[in-house]
Design a protein around this ligand. Structure first.
Ligand SMILES: Cc1ncc(COP(=O)(O)O)c(C=O)c1O
Length: 433
């Protein structure tokens, strides 16, 4: 296929050249109605590029297949059977993929994690396929993996049937840009598309489609070179961070039996506990003092991502700021530690199906009073955004201690209805049981 083409970008250029006047959405009409104070901040291009596919970049029947041509190019770029663009992030794509194939109790594999650790996708796929079960991989953090041989292998190369990627996380597309990739014949592409239609928006973001198409062309043409220099940069940063006392950088020692299967070197995970502070404090300090925003922070670590977009200046800023953090960390106030649960405590007993618990008559109780009760809502501290409690599970004291000590230390639990705070008046949603 001709990867110098970018059908969505070409269709926008043609739309702009024709100077079409639109009598439908978006109401800002390619920026003519946008508040100039807003345009001053965002630039005109954002609005000028916001033209619908229907009666805009394509006609009312989408007969030019502008988006499907771009999807075919994306599939070809990574060697999959079919690719679908989704403009609602992998948050939606993962759900659509799951309801396409999975029954209750079936599992989804996440690889790589936010911390760059990868699972044995090939081994998992082999077991799944021996039972005729398709494997879906949430590869939200792996959109760049297909484009350089020194990166961990990516899902469909390793035998996964559906792989969901968030191109905005590690690639060059804007937020919410997600792509489903389909391989083999265990999952029906029509069913996958239908489920995405069921959950997705009817107003796909033009900017998402444009940036997905633009990224595919860029990475096919220059990915090897761009990611090659990102990998060299990551190796330099890794060796500099390894030389800083008080910082414990996660390296390939985690790649071992019973550990990670592989590690994405572009994901730098730095344990700051030797400095006597938490990851939350390190992240807050870097932001306040160095104007450096870490990608993530938890009780123990900060996560820093390098991509093809980094350059010598961002490399220098990062290493210098980490040196300053260690030099000045003695001035950061000491806090009580977060009570980290034992791994087993994160697999609580399930007393009801998630659906039954979610829709059950529920009451709010203080968090300590929730121990032993069945929870009706999700608790997913971010990062990594993986639930420590899901509807239907029985609340465990260790998990409560983790959430309350974590909240006191700065943990973010974005999905809980009430603040995760021991003193919070309204408490948790637990089912009537
Ligand atoms: C493993 C994983 N899957 C899916 C998502 C959701 O992706 P998106 O932000 O594209 O909706 C995230 C977000 O951080 C994630 O970490």
């Amino acid at each position: 296929m001709d990867h110098s083409r970018a059908p969505v970008l070409e269709a926008l250029a043609a739309f702009q050249e024709r100077r079409d006047v639109v009598y439908g959405p978006p109401g800002h009409k390619q920026g003519r109605g946008a508040d100039p104070r807003l345009v001053e901040l965002t630039g005109e291009g954002v609005f000028a590029s916001d033209a619908l596919s229907l009666n805009g970049r394509d006609d009312r029947r989408e007969s030019q297949g502008v988006v499907s041509q771009a999807e075919d190019l994306m599939a070809d770029a990574v060697g999959t059977r079919k690719a679908f663009f989704s403009t609602c992030g992998s948050s939606l794509s993962v759900k659509a993929a799951v309801i396409s194939v999975a029954g209750p109790g079936e599992k989804l594999l996440i690889s790589p994690t936010d911390w760059g650790t990868c699972a044995d996708i090939a081994g998992t796929a082999e077991v799944c396929h021996a039972f005729g079960v398709p494997l879906i991989v949430d590869e939200a953090w792996g959109a760049h993996l297909p484009f350089h041989p020194d990166l961990p292998s990516w899902g469909t190369d390793a035998g996964a049937d559906v792989v969901v990627t968030s191109v905005h996380k590690t690639g060059g597309a804007i937020e919410q840009s997600s792509v489903f990739h389909l391989q083999g014949d265990l999952v029906n592409p029509d069913v996958l598309k239908e489920r995405e239609d069921l959950l997705g928006t009817t107003s796909s973001s033009a900017l998402v489609h444009l940036t997905l198409d633009g990224w595919r062309r860029q990475v096919v043409e220059q990915g090897r070179e761009l990611l090659g220099s990102a990998l060299e940069r990551a190796a330099r940063v890794r060796s500099a961070v390894d030389g800083i006392d008080g910082l414990d950088l996660v390296g390939r020692e985690v790649v071992r039996p019973q550990g990670a299967f592989d590690l994405d070197p572009l994901a730098l995970t730095i344990d700051v506990r030797p400095l006597g502070i938490s990851g939350y404090q390190a992240g807050d300090w870097l932001r306040a003092n160095c104007h450096v925003d870490a990608g993530s922070a938890d009780a123990c670590r900060i996560g820093v991502r390098l991509t093809h977009a980094d350059d010598d200046e961002t490399e220098r800023r990062l290493v210098e700021s980490l040196r300053r953090l260690t030099a000045e960390s003695g001035e950061i106030e000491r806090q009580p530690e977060t009570g980290l649960p034992q791994p087993g405590a994160l697999e609580p007993r399930t007393a009801m199906t998630p659906r039954d618990a979610f829709f059950a008559r529920a009451e709010r109780v203080p968090i300590q009073g929730a121990v032993g009760r069945v929870v009706a809502e999700l608790f997913s501290p971010y990062p990594p955004g993986v639930p420590v409690l899901a509807p239907g599970e029985v609340v465990d004291q260790q998990v409560v201690d983790y959430l309350t000590t974590g909240a006191a230390a700065g943990m973010l639990v974005p999905d809980a209805a009430d603040p995760v705070d021991e003193g919070a008046a309204r408490g948790r949603r637990v089912s009537a049981r």
